[in-house]
Design a protein around this ligand. Structure first.
Ligand SMILES: Cc1cc2nc3c(=O)[nH]c(=O)nc-3n(C[C@H](O)[C@H](O)[C@H](O)COP(=O)(O)O)c2cc1C
Length: 358
């Protein structure tokens, strides 16, 4: 059961929405109050979520002129996999809350746009069905305090054909989320998770005791590359690179974990310096405009993930809504690249941005 008052907009109607902000507004009008709370879902005061947006405003462009920008190609690769846009769909739980097609609609939109889906461990559609859509897919992993259950999730992701695991490392415990607490468990609202055992085993929770050394166990049981999601400091990024992890996501979990954490865009430059090309770097948290994407690319990210905008797209128009999120951000990015005088993502270097004075 979705928690949105339909009917959903037709693809034609969706194409009348001209920014992710407009999609958010249209989505909020249609969502139930508990769903709005859940998607907002920020930790504590919400300052961390606001800081994510402010962080992007602290960087400004230095546009260069008189470059031939007739042909702009957004294509790149992530872990060797070609994508036609660096705007990728991040792991967020329970897409069926926002549209009955849930993660299938998300994966279809990703496939059509040449993007990639990071499927949440808390998916409301079985991973096998999502993989069958045929979009490039990574499985996000919450490492649970039961290794048998964790191993089963990994084996299921491998068997379904996901090409990487994104291990979430910023959640040894869930953030303090007052907005979520008042609404109770989503399963009581009729949308179930499909990966965890049902009923939920007594005491099952995200493992709080992970260290760099316990991660070796995971590396020993899977042949999939492991992306660390939620790395925010150069210290940790340097360890990740030295340990041979192929990629990290600079993320403060959309402000849902540690209130008052740095924004990911502010954390990114030092992380990129520490990694020094040894691993791929992606960014999420607060990406709402193509200009945000370009700033992230300029400061060292190879691609970005969007979280809440996927749910907003679903709530507005299912697959067409998610497709609109990707196409708007991609078109905005193409426009901003042209106006900065560059034509390919790899041309986005620090030379095109400057910190705002003061
Ligand atoms: C409703 C919701 C559910 C989420 N569920 C997960 C999850 O299951 N696993 C995870 O690693 N991150 C999860 N996230 C965090 C996202 O992967 C991502 O870090 C964050 O949403 C990015 O910020 P943005 O929403 O501002 O784009 C979730 C985010 C939202 C909004």
């Amino acid at each position: 059961m979705a928690h949105v008052t339909g009917p959903w907009l037709s693809p034609d109607e969706v194409s009348g929405l001209w920014s992710v902000d407009e999609i958010e507004r249209a989505a909020r009008e249609r969502m139930s109050a508990p769903l709005r709370d859940y998607l907002d879902g920020w930790a504590g005061s919400g300052e961390g979520a606001r800081i994510n947006r402010e962080g992007f405003s602290r960087w400004l462009f230095r546009p260069r002129i008189l470059h031939d920008v007739r042909e702009i190609d957004l294509g790149t690769t992530v872990l060797g996999q070609p994508v036609r846009t660096p705007i990728l769909l991040g792991a967020s739980a329970l897409h069926r809350l926002s549209h009955p097609d849930g993660e299938l609609a998300t994966a279809r939109a990703a496939r059509a746009a040449g993007s990639l889906v990071m499927l949440s461990t808390s998916t409301s559609t079985p991973p096998e069905e999502v993989a069958a859509v045929g979009a490039p897919g990574w499985m996000q992993l919450y490492w649970m305090n039961d290794r048998g259950i964790t191993r089963a999730i990994v084996e299921r992701a491998e068997a379904a054909g996901f090409s990487a695991l994104a291990l979430t490392v910023d959640a040894p415990r869930l953030g303090w989320r007052p907005l979520e607490y008042r609404n109770g468990d989503w399963e009581t609202h009729g949308v179930a998770q499909t990966v965890f055992p049902d009923p939920w085993p007594e005491g099952l929770a995200i493992e709080a005791g992970l260290t760099w050394r316990t991660l070796d166990w995971l590396r020993g049981i899977t042949r999939l590359p492991i992306v660390l999601k939620g790395v925010m400091t150069p210290e940790d990024a340097a360890i990740a690179a030295a340990e041979g992890y192929p990629a990290i996501v600079v993320s403060n979990h959309g402000g849902r974990q540690l209130d008052h954490a740095m924004s990911s865009i502010e954390a990114l430059p030092a992380v990129a310096d520490a990694v020094a090309g040894r691993a791929e770097i992606y960014l999420d948290s607060g990406v709402r405009w193509g200009t945000d994407v370009l700033k992230a690319l300029a400061l060292g990210a190879r691609a970005v993930f969007v979280g809440r905008p996927v749910h907003w797209g679903l709530a507005v128009g299912g697959e067409a809504g998610v497709a609109r999120v990707i196409s708007l951000l991609s078109d905005e990015l193409r426009n901003a690249m042209g106006l900065c005088g560059i034509t390919r993502p790899e041309d986005a270097t620090r030379a095109i941005v400057a910190p705002r004075a003061g």
